[in-house]
Ligand binder design. Structure first.
Ligand code: ZN
Ligand code: ZN
Length: 252
């Protein structure tokens, strides 16, 4: 039997080659924005130019940046995602091979475990690519199962009316900010376009803001690209969080 580290390493190599092909085929890097919804289990990538693509996904687990703990989806009572049962396949595989990281519901972890788990998940339950979505203090590791036809799907219609369920504010519209913006220290607030609370947005627009430092990096790279996006590490927040952040970071 191969030990876990060796096994995970070889699966990561497999993930890299699958992911490179996936990105190329679906032109993933050409999309600036993303949004997901747990009830429909759909992840959307999109642009202001109205290009968009939809994937069905399975969240295999989450990593809390606050507690530094990994939690498998099958263990997560607060997750409403139906497909979380699918992640039990990874657990069974772990039991058979005595890989304890695959069998404990939650444990202290780091930013690398999740990628190993995605790589293993590509084998079972399977997928065509992977994605990590960031929200407040939480990283969500997703297997992308298949692409949805954007014209014929009722699911997509349902998805498009979706809102975010914020821990602090309840159900509200989604918004996006860089990883640095918080309510502790003023960091500036640069917006994609001028906003006010409660304003109506076009279908393909989102509230989007980043800090002064991100703006410097963005300018240096002549806009958003892989490098500047890596620095900003845009995360999902609710509309109310967004305007709290705006107020704090522009007036204090
Ligand atoms: Zn920033
Ligand atoms: Zn909120």
């Amino acid at each position: 039997m191969i030990n876990y580290e060796k096994f995970a390493n070889s699966e990561i190599q497999n993930l890299i080659s699958i992911q490179n092909k996936f990105k190329e085929i679906f032109k993933i890097d050409s999309y600036e924005n993303w949004f997901f919804d747990g009830e429909t289990e759909i992840l959307r990538f999109y642009n202001s130019s109205e290009d968009e693509i939809f994937f069905k996904y399975i969240t295999i687990g989450t990593y809390s940046l606050k507690s530094k703990n990994w939690m498998w989806s099958w263990f997560n009572d607060s997750s409403i995602e139906k497909s979380k049962e699918q992640t039990l396949k990874i657990r069974h595989f772990g039991i058979e091979n005595k890989y304890s990281k695959l069998t404990q519901g939650t444990f202290p972890s780091d930013e690398y475990d999740g990628w190993d788990f995605l790589a293993i998940g590509l084998k079972t339950p399977g997928g065509i690519g992977v994605y990590k979505a960031n929200s407040e203090n939480l990283e969500k590791y997703m297997l992308l199962i298949n692409v949805l036809d954007s014209k014929n799907s009722n699911e997509i219609k349902k998805f498009k009316q979706k809102k975010i369920d914020c821990n602090n504010h309840g159900v509200s519209k989604p918004a996006f900010v860089c990883q640095h913006l918080d309510l502790k220290k003023t960091k500036g607030f640069v917006e994609a376009f001028e906003t006010f609370e409660g304003m109506d947005l076009e279908d393909d627009d989102d509230f989007q803001a980043w800090c002064n430092e991100c703006e410097e990096v963005r300018k240096k790279y002549d806009g958003w690209n892989e490098e500047s996006e890596k620095f900003a590490k845009i995360k999902l927040v609710c509309e109310k969080c967004y305007f709290e952040l705006k107020k704090f970071n522009t007036t204090n």
